[in-house]
Write a new protein. Structure first.
Length: 560
């Protein structure tokens, strides 16, 4: 038997034989559902044979036949009612298992998140993309009507989405552009490190989304449920369907707080904090101010994460405060990094190491945070050695700053746009999708091997805008992205190591070394971060003013 587990209640399989029922009972199954009509195949046992063997083995058997390719709405409804009423776990079968999974998927529509349904089906080996619109419509067949049509649809109204919309309108103000995002608030996330360091107020980093969206953009305040790129449509929750001529995907990434056992239960209390959340960054500063002695831990999960320097920025600013207040000698600081190096671009490591030594911080590489007990003030890390061996390390803390594991949003991960790792699959130079030619992506969600930073999105937005416009005008010219990203590493209050680099770790400084030496701490770089970059973000990047980031055109002969 080829049994595939869908969830804790249901498994599916191809056709079973009467002789299999005893083994199924011994495996713990309580009931079977037959979704294959009698007589469909010449070598197929009749249902009454299965039923008799099931009863002999102490199982209940139920007949819900569906013709292949003809799963109806009522079939799915009946399957859901049957599954809900039967003792669990249940095995459902048909010729290949596909009809059974389809019935389950449709019966769970509106009861489970769509990405969870698609993911469970995919993990079991079944592709439900063909019925995704029905699942989104609570398992029922929707009309084929299109609810809205736009020249360009942008998924995500974060830094990348607003910037690319503004850059497009700057090139053609007549474009019909829609942005899809359910949020009400827009955050300046690069400022949260400084909130956690007592430099900014949290209120400095937030505005209403309506106040920063371009006035000519249609805002669709809804969540995306699925993509149907073969039909050029985006399906929203509630099964509204939006058609596009060009699609730009930039919803950011998902902070997977639940991946660390016990973390969600203790965030914002018991000394557990994170600058990766707007409401928690002030708590970081509160803990830093209150701490007089004890153990302070800072963690970094496996890559990729947004702003790879942020976890250690929290360490530096905290340690600097303790140092200036004469408390550092009474506080043991440790940085637990799931990776094997302090920073991915080696040229910046010497300057950072000088501060690690200055603050007396303990470095622990290849240690990944896996569990935390806030009330007990304990954290557990999975330590991996050079040979791949693993052991669990326990560490006590008085304060711990956690950088959560990160991944692509669920609705991206299970979509046709994603690569095997779940990220939007693009050409790293043009940021165009590798399969669907009218789709582009930028920001944290795509799979180009660049640093996931706001500075990267600022560079990517005009490049994507230019490439979309060239495509709309049937021009063969393209603009290339060089992988630029910037990470202003706040090593102390008043000084920053301004790391700027592109693909392969190539240094890409924006300023001459006599003005800002990017490999050394700089007060001018601090002023750039504190005073200049916030207004550049609000008044330039989000407005489509492409200061220092205008894309260069690459001629076709150079591309080839």
């Amino acid at each position: 038997m080829d049994i595939k587990k869908v969830d804790k209640e249901l498994s599916v399989s191809p056709q079973i034989a009467p002789s299999d029922l005893q083994a199924l009972a011994e495996a713990g199954f309580k009931a079977v559902i037959c979704n294959r009509p009698d007589g469909e195949g010449n070598d197929q046992p009749l249902f009454h044979e299965i039923e008799e063997a099931a009863q002999a083995a102490g199982l209940s058997a139920h007949y819900l036949p569906v013709e292949t390719g003809k799963v109806g709405d009522e079939d799915a409804e009946h399957f859901g009612e049957l599954l809900d009423s039967l003792p669990k776990p249940v095995l459902a079968y048909c010729r290949s298992g596909t009809r059974s999974v389809t019935l389950w998927s449709l019966s769970r529509g509106g009861k489970l998140p769509l990405p969870d349904i698609l993911s469970a089906s995919s993990d079991a080996g079944y592709d439900m993309s063909g019925v995704v619109r029905r699942i989104a419509n609570q398992g029922r067949t929707p009309t084929e009507a299109i609810d809205a049509r736009h020249d360009v649809v942008i998924v995500g109204a974060g830094a990348a989405g607003i910037a690319v919309a503004s850059s497009l309108l700057g090139r053609d103000a007549s474009l019909d552009i829609a942005i899809i995002d359910p949020a009400d608030i827009h955050y300046y996330q690069p400022g949260w490190t400084l909130v956690g360091g007592g430099v900014f107020e949290a209120s400095d980093t937030v505005r209403t989304l309506s106040s920063v969206l371009p006035s000519k953009v249609h805002w669709i305040k809804a969540a995306v449920a699925a993509f149907e790129p073969e039909r050029n449509v985006v399906v929203l929750e509630g099964c509204r369907v939006i058609e596009y001529k060009r699609l730009i995907v930039c919803p950011g990434l998902k902070l997977d707080w639940h991946k660390v056992e016990g973390l969600v239960d203790t965030l914002g209390k018991n000394g557990v904090t994170s600058n990766y959340r707007f409401d928690l960054a002030p708590y970081t500063w509160q803990l830093v101010q209150q701490m007089k002695e004890g153990q302070a831990l800072f963690t970094q999960p496996p890559m990729p994460i947004k702003c790879a320097g942020a976890p250690q920025k929290a360490l530096y600013l905290s340690a600097d405060h303790w140092n200036r207040n004469g408390r550092l000698k009474n506080i043991d600081i440790a940085f637990y990094n799931a990776g094997g190096v302090l920073f991915g671009v080696k040229e910046y490591v010497p300057a950072l190491m000088s501060y690690i030594e200055k603050y007396g911080a303990e470095l622990q590489f290849n240690h990944n945070l896996v569990a935390i007990d806030g009330p007990a003030k304990k954290a557990w890390f999975k330590k991996t050695d050079a040979n791949g061996g693993e052991e669990t390390v326990e560490r006590e803390f008085d304060m711990i700053h956690v950088c959560p594991p990160q991944c692509a949003p669920d609705f991206i991960r299970v979509s046709p746009l994603a690569d095997a790792a779940g990220w939007v699959d693009v050409d790293q130079n043009t940021l165009r999708h590798k399969t669907f030619e009218n789709v582009w992506s930028l920001g944290d969600v795509m799979n180009a091997p660049n640093a996931k930073t706001a500075a990267a999105a600022r560079k990517q937005a005009p490049i994507v805008a230019q490439n979309v416009m060239n495509d709309m005008r049937s021009k063969s010219d393209v603009s290339h992205y060089d992988g630029y990203g910037s990470c202003p590493l706040t090593v102390e209050r008043g000084k920053i190591v301004l790391a700027e680099f592109g693909y392969g770790g190539k240094l890409l400084p924006s300023f001459p070394s006599w003005l800002i030496d990017s490999q050394k701490p700089s007060h001018l770089a601090w002023l750039l971060k504190e005073k200049i970059l916030p207004p550049v973000y609000w008044s330039a990047m989000l407005k489509g003013r492409e200061w220092l980031v205008k894309p260069e055109t690459v001629k076709p002969e150079i591309v080839n």
